[in-house]
Write a protein that binds this ligand. Structure first.
Ligand code: PGA
Length: 315
């Protein structure tokens, strides 16, 4: 008879999914030594090593892969049980577990605030992270819903589009291209770009766009937040492609401008996403319904495209 605890399995499941003690610690809000200790005591109870470290990388042993398979299923079942029990308590005592792409965070708080005004007693767990991490959480059945760009096919996810997400090219108002009426793509060959980290949906869409147009621009500066990118562009470190949702304030105050580059904006959409077959709690299905029936007013590109001082506003 094995003497193992659900907690040990939960911790090991996170380590095995990330293949990283530090990422698992961050996700579970634990310290790294606490995570290592749980995995060590699980290994002691089982009597076999579950992970091995080669250089800096962690690998699962054969026993580790078996335990991961079962712990992953157990974690999913526990989460489903929690949703069913929460459902029995009714919508007003529900807890909404949602992850949103960092770019969607520019409007998701507004949506959650409006939803909570209708259901003031619900609790909300919001994780703001990038596309790759959201997909991992959906697949691991750790969240009810996600708000993100279109996920890749073949993952057993259910997706519904609820809003447009135009990607625009931004520059400081003093940039040499800022006054132009239209900018051919070839004029960007000499420009360097500030880009989001690998795993960002915005970055993926931008790379796809350039590939489709036979361009390979210089992606010299990589930053993991939209805020850092906006600061860098304002400081003249390069151009960037960002969601229009992230720059409304800077366009309003004239700290950034949109460059009218040909074939822009890149048209994307926002999706509400859940695992196929996921039993949504009352609060999660109410939020999804709210999202699909109470869209925010679309962000319009024309009224945002400010010309630098001295130029007529094309809008
Ligand atoms: P991200 O979000 O660039 O912040 O990952 C956008 C998306 O999911 O497409």
């Amino acid at each position: 008879m094995l003497h193992i605890t659900l907690r040990q399995l939960k911790v090991f499941e996170a380590v095995a999914r990330h293949l990283s003690y530090s990422k698992a610690a961050r996700e579970l809000h634990l310290t790294q030594p606490a995570v290592s200790m749980q995995v060590r005591s699980l290994e002691e109870s089982i009597g076999l090593p579950l992970t091995e470290q080669l250089g800096k990388r962690i690998f699962l042993t054969e026993a580790g892969r078996e335990v991961f398979h079962y712990s992953h299923n157990i974690a999913g079942l526990l989460s489903d049980m929690e949703a069913v029990l929460t459902g029995l308590k009714g919508l007003e005592h529900g807890n909404l577990k949602i992850a949103v792409a960092s770019t969607a965070n520019y409007y998701s708080t507004q949506l959650l605030t409006r939803f909570r005004a209708i259901h003031p007693t619900i609790t909300i767990n919001l994780d703001v992270t990038n596309r790759q991490s959201i997909i991992a959480q959906l697949v691991a059945n750790q969240i009810d819903l996600a708000i993100m760009g279109l996920p890749p096919e073949g993952l057993d996810l259910q997706t519904e589009s609820f809003m447009e997400n135009p990607l625009v090219m931004i520059a400081p108002p003093t940039h040499r291209l800022a006054g132009k009426k239209t900018i051919p793509l070839r004029d960007l060959v000499q420009e360097s770009f500030v880009v989001r980290e690998e795993g960002s949906g915005t970055r993926g869409a931008m790379e796809r766009f350039f590939r489709e147009h036979g361009m390979s621009p210089r992606l010299e500066l990589v930053m993991s937040t939209n805020e850092a990118i906006k600061e860098a562009v304002q400081a003249g470190m390069g151009l960037a492609v960002v969601s229009l949702h992230t720059v409304l304030l800077e366009l309003e105050t004239g700290r950034l401008v949109i460059l009218p580059v040909e074939h822009f904006p890149i048209l994307r959409h926002w999706y509400v996403v859940q695992r196929e077959g996921k039993h949504l709690s009352a609060v999660a299905s109410a939020f999804k319904e709210f999202l699909l029936t109470h869209p925010l007013p679309p962000v319009s590109l024309r009224s945002r495209r400010k010309s630098p001082p001295g130029e007529a506003n094309p809008a």
